[in-house]
Design a binder for this molecule. Structure first.
Ligand code: KG4
Ligand code: ZN
Length: 340
């Protein structure tokens, strides 16, 4: 022990096999990510069974790489952390089984981490001044949550998607307009060449719950637009379509966030999750916050998409609160935010 707390964190909830070493919940000593994207691209999306197999194949090398890059060994690690939900059950099982085996063999405490909590915690890496309470917007492939982070691991959910998650909408629309997988980054890139005002897509509001989101309507409107164009022999400008769809999603995310900040009198806003890597969303949220006199926080893109450093940060807060997992820790694919 050197007075520091070094956590080895493991993340295998979807299609990235990742391990990191994080010191004192803030300093990333290593962050190794093996992305399976090229394999899943062949199938147009994540194939759960293949994801699990690839995790098994890569996990040991990724963990060894993370320890080496951090110039440490398992003996000098203070705890082993792992994402145990939400995510793909088979993929989560690889990480949890590996973490339990390592922690048990090395005699280290085991800390199960909620993946969504991990995404939010990614903000603390580069913004150590950010402290609860603040308003959080989590936008990933599986989740869209507008929350008040009351305390380090205490969340009040103001709104969530009632259908598709924001990232899911990006992925589905990308497939429909022929950009393929992974949809988010492809739409982001295509939109840079397009006109966001070319087509007006609906900014769906959910009746009766003003902070909930609905993205399936925007997705259907894009599909209808393409069908109509094909039936009437009109050419579809992919870049314009990508830019217009992206604007519809970004507008709703920014509007909800600004409204909630005003209603609850919160001045600090933090965004997280894979979609928060989107360049248009980052720029628009920055503008929204400037206009409304709010402080805006977002991780660098590498900490927005799935990684293990964010899991190490969240685990440190769990440890600070005295929460350590038992050896019966299991994968919980449907784990909710704030649930343990
Ligand atoms: O957080 P994440 O890596 O995994 C989940 O927890 O789901 O998020 C993945 C999602 C995918 O839907 C992906 O298309 C989207 O994040 N994404 C993006 C961008 N980069 C990743 N969406 C829009 N623009 C991007 N640049
Ligand atoms: Zn994620």
């Amino acid at each position: 022990m050197n007075g520091n707390t070094d956590i080895l964190a493991i993340e295998t909830s979807c299609d990235e096999t990742a391990a990191a070493v994080v010191r004192n919940g803030r300093q990333v000593l290593s962050n190794v990510i093996y992305t399976q994207i090229s394999m899943h691209t062949l199938y147009g999306g994540v194939v759960p069974e293949l994801a699990s197999r690839k995790h098994i194949e890569k996990i040991n090398a990724v963990i060894t790489g993370a320890l080496e890059e951090a110039h440490t060994t398992l003996a000098d690690i203070d705890a082993v952390a792992v994402t145990y939900g939400p995510g793909l059950v088979g993929a989560l099982l690889v990480g949890t089984a590996e973490a339990k085996a390592i922690a048990w063999a090395a005699g280290k405490p085991l800390i199960g981490v909620n993946h969504i909590e991990g995404h939010i915690s990614a903000n603390y890496i580069e913004h150590p001044e950010l402290k609860p309470p603040y308003l959080g917007l989590v936008v990933s492939g599986g989740h869209t949550h507008l929350i008040i982070v009351r305390d380090w691991a205490e969340f009040e959910i103001l709104g969530r998607t009632v259908d598709d998650a924001a990232g899911e909408a990006f992925d589905k629309v990308a497939r429909a307009i022929g950009l393929g997988y992974p949809g988010g980054p492809k739409i982001d890139a295509a939109a840079k060449e397009g006109n966001p005002l070319a087509v007006t897509f609906p900014r769906a509001r959910v009746h009766g719950s003003k902070y909930d989101f609905s993205f399936s309507g925007i997705k259907s409107a894009v599909l209808n637009y393409i069908n109509h164009a094909q039936m009437t022999g009109q050419a579809v400008n992919t870049a314009d379509l990508a830019a217009s769809f992206q604007k519809a999603v970004v507008d709703v995310l920014c509007e909800h966030t600004a409204e909630a900040a005003a209603e609850y009198g919160i001045r600090n806003i933090a965004m997280a999750g894979g979609v928060s890597a989107n360049s248009a969303l980052r720029a628009a949220m920055q503008r929204t916050c400037e206009t409304n006199g709010l402080n805006f926080y977002v991780p660098s893109p590498v900490y927005c998409t799935d990684n293990a450093a964010m899991i190490g940060v969240a685990a440190w807060h769990e440890m600070q609160s005295g929460r350590v997992s038992g050896w019966d820790l299991n994968a919980v694919p449907g784990l909710r935010l704030g649930e343990r």
